[in-house]
Design a binder for this molecule. Structure first.
Ligand code: 9MR
Length: 359
């Protein structure tokens, strides 16, 4: 028989599932889904002795009622993080220009939506973030400020932000290192050296002594040059009496590539006298999704949860949004995605079962 292409068979009506758009119900129907029947991931986390299981969320998503039905379920999520709206400035213009679009002009409207949601739902809130090289307004990056001026700018921002959202855990400094373990050359480091980190932590803690102050970064989940630099920074800050209470392991992983040294690395951080949180977990793959990739992703989620379980100082886990519909991954890594435990249609994936198994 002559082999025809998909379009030919589709025309005959024989191959409609091949022609279906990726992520549509008919395409997804052939892929495995979750089989767990649990009340919620946050309930499991609490039973396992953790403080929370949480998710990032973002203001534009809150109009989707299928999404909010899951987000607002406090048995599922006991903690939320604003993915964008507490940052210095918005990347997209969708966040009422985030918190300090002009020097000294603070706008909390979009961030307050997320904070109020957490309050209504009885969920913990994670503040994200005070000082970061990314999503900076041009008045900061192009202001040619001297050291004294930029120090003041950092102090004003951190104290205003942390003072507005009192009583929270804060990613005070985000992503200070390059992957080789050297300090990232951003406007803060280039003007102030590593002192900007102490400045930010001190200002945050002074504004709210009840805030818990963290440094958050990626590619520090396993041992290596970048994790070592972070450990050295913690030692140095502690020796100077600078408040540093937690380290956020962002944990943006690739299927099959979760570091094997997760537990050892967390133990090494814990030994320095800081707590640890998994702050932005997702596990991306090269599309299209297959049953094999989803099975490996399930294992990967389980590995990460189990690692947090193995280390008492690991206090909780946050996924960087729970559904593939709103994941940041496809917009950043062309051809990759499907990184979350729920698919684009809000159906729980095998990854959900991996989380359950990890607890
Ligand atoms: O999820 C955020 C995405 O919507 C923004 O476009 C992006 C802009 O930089 O930031 C994403 O969140 C990042 C987080 O703030 C810090 N760690 C990496 C996250 C994914 O890029």
């Amino acid at each position: 028989m002559t082999i025809k292409n998909a379009a030919f068979w589709t025309a005959l009506g024989w191959l409609t599932s091949v022609a279906a758009a990726p992520g549509s119900p008919s395409a997804a129907a052939s892929l495995p889904v979750s089989t767990s029947n649990v009340a919620g991931l946050h309930v499991l986390a609490k039973q396992a002795g953790k403080l929370y299981f949480g998710t990032a969320t973002d203001n534009p998503e809150l109009t989707n009622t299928s999404y909010t039905a899951i987000l607002n379920n406090s048995q599922m999520f006991g903690q939320i993080t604003a993915a964008n709206s507490m940052k210095w400035v918005s990347a997209t213009g969708l966040h009422l220009d985030a918190t300090e679009p002009q020097q000294g002009v603070f706008t909390f409207a979009a961030g307050d939506v997320i904070a109020n949601l957490a309050k209504q739902n009885g969920q913990l809130l994670r503040g994200h973030n005070c000082v970061w090289h990314n999503q900076l307004p041009s008045w900061v990056t192009a202001g040619n400020f001297n050291a004294a001026q930029l120090t003041q700018i950092i102090q004003t921002r951190c104290s205003t932000l942390v003072g507005h959202y009192k009583g929270q855990v804060w990613d005070v400094v985000n992503e200070p290192f390059n992957d080789d373990g050297t300090f990232r050359q951003d406007v803060f480091f280039n003007t102030l050296g590593q002192n900007y980190i102490a400045t930010a932590l001190n200002a945050a803690k002074a504004a709210d002594p009840n805030a818990k102050v963290y440094i958050n970064d990626f590619n520090i989940e396993g041992t290596g040059a970048k994790a070592t630099s972070m450990k050295n920074l913690i030692k140095s800050l502690k020796s100077q009496g600078v408040p540093i209470e937690g380290i956020g392991l962002q944990s943006h992983f690739i299927v099959g590539e979760v570091p094997t040294t997760l537990v050892q690395n967390m133990q090494e951080f814990a030994a320095l006298g800081v707590e640890i949180a998994i702050t932005e977990l997702d596990v991306r793959m090269t599309l299209p999704e297959t049953a094999a990739l989803l099975a490996q992703q399930k294992k990967d989620y389980e590995t990460v949860i189990a690692a947090c379980q193995a280390v008492p100082q690991c206090v909780g886990i946050t996924v960087w949004d729970f559904t593939d519909k709103f994941s940041w991954v496809p917009g950043t890594f062309a051809g990759q995605g499907a990184a979350c435990p729920w698919d684009e249609n809000f159906v729980r994936k095998p990854a959900f079962d991996g989380i359950v198994a990890g607890f």
